[in-house]
Design a protein around this ligand. Structure first.
Ligand code: NIG
Ligand code: FE
Length: 425
């Protein structure tokens, strides 16, 4: 039995397991002042005031081995969830930073055969073991920042064998590492060099060969596409997402990241679980997403790193679109594992409130990856994924920016980071 005792605040984010929180609901964190949490058998057994928690432990804990984690003056939240990453790749792309600082754009670098294609060449050349070991370090960093579950997309293989290699690496890490991974197939991340002259041929390979193979191997739950001018058109994106649906892969979409391109509208039409980026989404697109309950996964770190204006989070929240946040961890447009810093940016660059930002990284993020029944809030019966932050309240967490306040991380009821120290194998 594990007992987190005497926290200044336990932020439960309860009441959103059935549907993502929207509008004013995103503000409601259901905070317990002077709270306690008890976990047993990997799940949350009790959450309430510390007085109640102590009673619970006295009644149910007698004769049991009890680990007490004192949390006086600290903040307890659900384990953070990152619903959009490209965390499985080889190498890095720091050489693009000086290029971009001298004025080259992200798309120019891609169109010249760099960007995603540079990472694809490195990922193709890497062995599966190499890929696992490079990614493992990223997962260690996610965990150190309080992130207990991530979504991970393929899309640096861009041919069947290497897409499968990436997805297998994700599955291995899901089994081996404390961070849980939810896999998305994103073969349609870029058109590989060998099909540059005939992108349609590549779309055919994605829809007719890759999607069936990935689905048959049971290696992904979602299918994503980079719907962007110069990458995949809305029409191609629709065919790719529909092929995914046919094979049981739920649709997600990179939409309106660089230019307005009808990605949000397409997300609503195909019934996508989520649309991501959305920097240039039209009002019509926002209305369509709200009407269909498509979750907006916003990535203010990507806008920051590409030195551009972030998505209009306020407009989306006001329109009733459920909003989640993510790092977008990838080697080109967002090389960070700090989801807490993304929350800071969400507040400071998109004017989300501290509470909205936390909702967006917990229960709404859980919905974006189909896990809201098990994670994303502190409620009895849910998986005991918890974080203790060295912060007295949620406002403080979002205000003391760009530092890691994560002190202790509990995964499935077991401490994996304790007082800032790694305690897992
Ligand atoms: O979400 N936009 C497309 N994909 C990633 C970037 C991937 C990369 O640059 O390697 C993104 O920003
Ligand atoms: Fe992305």
């Amino acid at each position: 039995m594990l007992y987190i005792k005497g926290a200044a605040q336990v932020v439960t984010v309860s009441g959103g397991s059935q549907a993502p929180k929207t509008g004013a609901g995103m503000e409601r964190l259901n905070v317990i002042e002077s709270g306690g949490v008890v976990a047993e058998g990997g799940v949350i057994a009790f959450v309430g005031t510390d007085r109640e928690a102590e009673e619970y432990v006295a009644v149910h804990g007698s004769g049991k081995d009890i680990t007490v984690l004192p949390a006086e003056g600290k903040l307890v939240t659900p384990g953070l969830i990152d619903p959009h990453t490209h965390a499985v790749f080889a190498g890095s792309r720091e050489h693009e930073l000086p290029l971009r600082l001298r004025g080259a754009t992200y798309m120019e670098i891609l169109q010249a055969g760099g960007g995603i294609l540079n990472s694809a060449a490195k990922t193709r050349a890497a062995s599966e073991v190499q890929l696992i070991e490079e990614t493992r370090k990223r997962l260690d960093r996610f965990l150190a920042h309080g992130v207990t579950t991530i979504e991970a997309k393929s899309g640096y293989g861009l041919r069947l064998e290497d897409e499968l290699k990436q997805l297998r690496a994700a599955r291995t890490l899901h089994l081996e590492h404390p961070v849980d991974l939810v896999s998305t197939f994103m073969g349609a991340h870029a058109v590989p060099q060998e099909h540059k002259a005939d992108p349609e041929a590549y779309v055919k390979i994605v829809t007719e060969e890759m999607i069936p193979a990935v689905a048959k191997a049971g290696l992904a739950e979602y299918c994503d596409v980079f719907c962007e001018e110069g990458v995949f058109t809305p029409e191609q994106s629709r065919r790719i997402l529909e092929a995914g649906i046919k094979w049981g892969l739920k649709p997600k979409i990179h939409a309106d990241e660089i230019v307005p391109y009808g990605g949000a509208e397409l997300a609503a039409e195909v019934g996508a679980v989520s649309a991501e980026h959305l920097l240039h989404t039209s009002d019509e697109g926002i209305r369509a997403m709200a009407a269909k309950g498509v979750i907006a996964v916003l990535l203010p770190g990507t806008a920051f790193f590409l030195m551009t204006k972030p998505a209009d989070a306020r407009k989306m929240i006001d329109a009733g679109v459920p909003v989640a946040l993510s790092t977008d961890r990838n080697p080109g447009s967002s090389p960070t594992e700090s989801l807490p810093f993304i929350m800071n940016l969400a507040c400071l660059t998109m004017r989300m409130s501290p509470a909205e930002a936390l909702t967006a990284c917990t229960i709404n993020a859980a919905h974006a990856i189909g896990r809201a029944d098990r994670i994303g809030s502190i409620e009895a019966g849910k998986q005991a994924d918890l974080v203790i932050f060295d912060a007295p309240n949620v406002d403080y967490l979002q205000y003391h920016y760009a530092v890691n306040l994560t002190e202790t991380v509990i995964k499935n009821g077991v401490p994996v980071i304790l007082q800032g120290k790694r305690v897992y194998a």
